[in-house]
Write a new protein. Structure first.
Length: 129
């Protein structure tokens, strides 16, 4: 299975609970939207929720970089575009764009490692098995 360059787009509507008192999306809401996209992307990589629960092997975020370019607002229809951009021996990177009407609002890059629980030990990357 080719993991690098694997892509997925999810869609979200900005709800009241995503915004502050001014109707602007707060940073935690963006991370929730990215988490949803990343979880579905992980499933495409062979790490669906059921498999993770059965194997106790989880992709764990070890770094997040995020650039806020423009705010999203209440009622906006957003696309969250996820991409597996780099795969190493023990760590892989995913890039995310939060987009409204073709305009990139947020760019996020996350590094993840596979961790065996409950020991908390990193494992070599093996996908689709």
């Amino acid at each position: 299975m080719q993991i690098e360059n694997l892509k997925l787009t999810t869609r979200e509507e900005v709800m009241f609970f995503d915004t502050d008192c001014g109707g602007v999306v707060h940073n935690l809401a963006y991370l929730r939207m990215i988490e949803t996209c990343r979880t579905k992307l992980a499933a495409m990589m062979g790490m669906d929720l059921r498999t993770m629960a059965e194997t106790a092997l989880y992709p764990v975020v070890v770094r997040t970089e995020i650039d806020y370019k423009r705010p999203a607002k209440l009622g906006d229809q957003l696309e969250i575009r996820g991409l597996v951009s780099e795969v190493g021996k023990v760590k892989f990177w995913c890039d995310f764009e939060v987009v409204r009407d073709g305009e990139i609002l947020i760019f996020c890059r996350q590094a993840l490692a596979l961790v065996q629980m409950p020991e908390g030990k990193p494992r070599r990357l093996v996908f689709g098995k």
